[in-house]
Design a protein around this ligand. Structure first.
Ligand SMILES: Nc1ncnc2c1ncn2[C@@H]1O[C@H](COP(=O)(O)OP(=O)(O)OP(=O)(O)O)[C@@H](O)[C@H]1O
Length: 307
């Protein structure tokens, strides 16, 4: 799919031939730096913007077909709820907008109050809520009609870690009930731990797709990075006694620190400790770092994901 904007009399490409799939029942993270085209993609998927070329299918039908329109839920980046209405009134307004009436509407309002954990704030004005609470109401308003596919643009932006956790617990519940979820985020840890697969985009193109483990294998490999702080810098040809470990150990001259990479820490670390002890070094501290999505992102784009 391609999409350009006109800015200052010039055509600027936001999406340059993006292609990916959201599989039934999965949580897919769509990641990229600022300006990578995430919001543009969500706007195209939700019918708010028209791609210049390409097509989007939902459950095997063109996404604008009326038969699948109701299967889609959208929670945009900006909180779009009525601040001067209560939680219940907001849920009722959005429920009606989605075509719910009568008993069904009442049931879904009750469900929304429970799901958000805001039943005790049912009759309070949403304008008095914290950012995290407003996000939860916003989320509920977007899913009252039980969509098969939910699009979320930065569902945790500006939200404290505790509320973020709560939002992901809500999403996990929806997902367990069969809703497929596509979300954009700047939080790499959310993508790594809360999503089944990850799409990484940069400059309007997909640069990698896969599970976290697949992305690690495709880029930096599964080795753990081990850093050992010693009581003294390595002496002279200090690396030599460590050769028996079979590990590639490096040390910065004059610094009491050695680093190495190992696939199996349970096997490699005792070997390293024994060799250091044999060579009469004292070990002050050991740090083992697993590969993270941050490292993968850095490897792929050459820069950290900007917030
Ligand atoms: N309505 C618009 N008119 C002109 N240019 C736009 C418009 N919307 C987005 N752009 C440009 O398209 C590119 C992609 O923007 P988009 O908002 O989709 O990126 P994003 O990945 O969502 O960024 P962010 O992480 O900052 O939300 C950017 O260069 C942006 O300036």
């Amino acid at each position: 799919m391609k999409k350009s904007y006109w800015r200052g009399g010039k055509e600027q490409a936001a999406l340059r031939g993006i292609s990916f799939e959201l599989r039934r029942g999965e949580r897919l993270a769509y990641l990229g730096p600022n300006g990578a085209g995430k919001t543009t993609m969500i706007r195209c998927l939700s019918g708010r913007a028209k791609p210049d070329s390409g097509s989007i299918q939902l459950l095997g039908e063109p996404i604008d077909a009326t038969s699948v329109r109701d299967s889609l839920g959208l929670v945009p980046q900006e909180i779009a709820i009525y601040e001067d209405l209560t939680t219940t009134e907001n849920l009722a307004a959005f429920g009606r907008f989605h075509g719910l009436r009568g008993r069904r509407l009442k049931e879904k309002i009750q469900w929304g109050l429970q799901w958000t954990g805001l039943a005790d704030r049912a009759h309070d004005l949403v304008g008095t809520f914290s950012g995290g609470m407003k996000r939860r109401v916003n989320l509920a308003c977007g899913v009252l009609h039980e969509p098969d596919v939910l699009l979320l643009d930065e569902p945790t932006v500006g939200v404290d870690p505790q509320s973020r956790q709560r939002i992901f617990a809500m999403l996990a519940e929806l997902n367990a009930d069969g809703t497929s979820v596509l979300l954009t985020t700047h939080h790499l840890d959310e993508a790594e731990t809360q999503c089944d697969r990850i799409v990484i985009v940069d400059h309007g193109e997909v640069i990698a797709t896969g599970t976290f483990e697949e992305l690690v294998r495709q880029t930096i490999g599964g080795d753990r990075e081990v850093t050992v702080r010693l009581d003294q810098p390595l002496r002279g040809h200090g690396n030599e006694p460590l050769a028996v470990t079979g590990l590639q150990v490096t040390a910065r001259p004059g610094e009491p620190v050695v680093t190495t990479k190992m696939r199996e820490v349970a096997k490699g670390l005792p070997r390293l400790m024994d060799a250091l002890s044999e060579a009469e070094y004292g070990v002050l501290d050991v740090e083992v770092q697993s590969p993270s999505l941050h490292h993968v992102f850095l490897h792929l784009t050459g820069h950290a994901l900007r917030d």
